[in-house]
Design a protein around this ligand. Structure first.
Ligand SMILES: [Zn+2]
Ligand SMILES: [Zn+2]
Length: 426
């Protein structure tokens, strides 16, 4: 790694210092391998849904505490979140994230057990070097990625205040340093009508299923006229109880997606109009409830992604795909990425044809290959954290890229977390 400090006579940090620290954290992660793999396997064996990840949260907190971290539970507004702040030295502060929720019916088909163990490994390894780090690390347990946008809730409660960069790694079938993700909003609609015998007294009925079907058809027609990156898709969750009874109550759940926050807002309005028009046509009342927290699109910080790629390649990872070749999905890390510079690469461990959210992906997430990737991923994460904390040039590039990629103001205060320029001659 070429750092600005190489050219700076007053700096104590050199490329050799960075390389030595990277070797140290990798050795620490190798020494912790059994512990990290056991954590990944235990979480994999007992998948827990969003907001209910008590066992995973307890396990991670317990192991982190046993290894010297000061863990605070029930952090930032979520009972299954936790935080541990590492280090005392002034300088930049990074966040390392562990996700650990699973999916209904298909368990860890998103491999969050591996994300949990990778984040834990990086945090524990960095903790052993905390006195040597010119800055600090916040290790965060972040629940509810699959539903509910847990990181948005945590962010609103201060989890990312005074954080200069946030990092995590997601397992996949391919290596991608900068995957895209799109915005998602969730809407639940309940149609209220009036029950009647469908054959004897049809004129007395107000059909809540008709309302839902008409709303669905309205959305189907809308789909022809939305942006190419926009998506609307949904299911009926309640559609009546008997054919000879006019349904008086039905409900459905839709996801509305767009590539940007600016695109999502008008699309939500149009979907809501379809829902209301179905209700009006059938003479029903519509109860429409949007989720508290939309998922935002991912703004990958390119300098951080480049640093990750270099470290990952040094660890033997190959065949990196461009971010735009990966299918569009969503992550609440996108919400974080509009607040602080973010790194959210994909690390290959399963065959490319096994896709995320496929039951086979869950099998792979519990495999030996998954275990090996936990160790490699933890190292790549810890190495990239070291690059950021020690390399003032990377810090500057990260901040500049963040400013360019977002319109949001960047903090420029001179508190102890302010880090640029750290070198007085640059
Ligand atoms: Zn997922
Ligand atoms: Zn996931």
């Amino acid at each position: 790694v070429k750092t600005s400090n190489n050219d700076c006579p007053t700096s104590a940090v050199s490329a050799e210092d960075i390389a030595a620290l990277k070797r140290e954290v990798c050795e620490q992660i190798d020494a912790l391998a059994d512990v990290l793999i056991d954590v990944s396997q235990q979480i994999h064996k007992e998948p827990e849904l969003a907001f209910e990840e008590y066992k995973a949260s307890n396990l991670l907190s317990q192991v982190a505490t046993e290894h010297g971290l000061d863990v605070k539970r029930e952090a930032f507004g979520l009972s299954t979140a936790f935080v541990a702040d590492i280090g005392v030295n002034p300088g930049p502060k990074i966040a390392i994230l562990s996700e650990y929720d699973a999916l209904p019916n298909i368990g860890h088909a998103c491999g969050h057990n591996m994300i949990a163990a990778m984040g834990l490994g990086a945090a524990l390894a960095l903790n052993t070097q905390s006195t040597k780090l010119p800055g600090r690390v916040r290790y965060l347990g972040t629940p509810a990625e699959e539903r509910g946008a847990g990181k948005e809730v945590m962010a609103r409660n201060g989890a990312f205040e005074n954080i200069d960069a946030a990092m995590m790694i997601h397992p996949a079938g391919v290596n991608v340093k900068d995957p895209r993700s799109i915005c998602v909003a969730e809407v639940r609609v309940t149609m209220h009508g009036r029950q009647a015998h469908a054959s004897a007294y049809p004129e007395d009925g107000i059909n809540a299923l008709d309302a839902l079907v008409l709303a669905y058809q309205g959305i189907a027609a809308l789909r022809q006229h939305i942006g190419s990156g926009d998506r609307v898709h949904g299911i009926f969750t309640e559609a009546g109880t008997a054919p000879n009874v006019v349904p008086d109550k039905t409900s459905a759940l839709f996801y509305v997606r767009s590539t940007s926050i600016e695109g999502l807002a008008p699309l939500k309005k149009r979907v809501e109009a379809c829902l209301r028009s179905g209700a009006i046509a059938a003479g029903c009342e519509a109860g429409i409830v949007w989720g508290d927290a939309d998922y935002h699109n991912m703004v990958t910080n390119v300098p951080l992604a480049d640093a990750y790629e270099q470290n990952a390649k040094a660890l033997g990872l190959t065949d990196f795909l461009p971010g735009d070749q990966f299918p569009l999905a969503a992550t609440d890390m996108g919400n974080v990425s509009h607040r602080v510079p973010c790194l959210h690469p994909l690390i290959a461990f399963a065959p490319p044809e096994v896709s995320i959210h496929d039951p086979d992906f869950a099998t792979w997430a519990g495999s030996k290959r998954g275990d090996e990737t936990v160790i490699t991923g933890a190292k790549a994460l810890a190495m990239t954290a070291i690059d950021f904390l020690l390399n003032t040039t990377l810090q500057q590039q990260t901040l500049t890229a963040y400013k360019q990629a977002t319109s949001e103001p960047v903090k420029t205060d001179s508190s102890e977390t302010a880090h640029a320029p750290a070198c007085p001659c640059c």
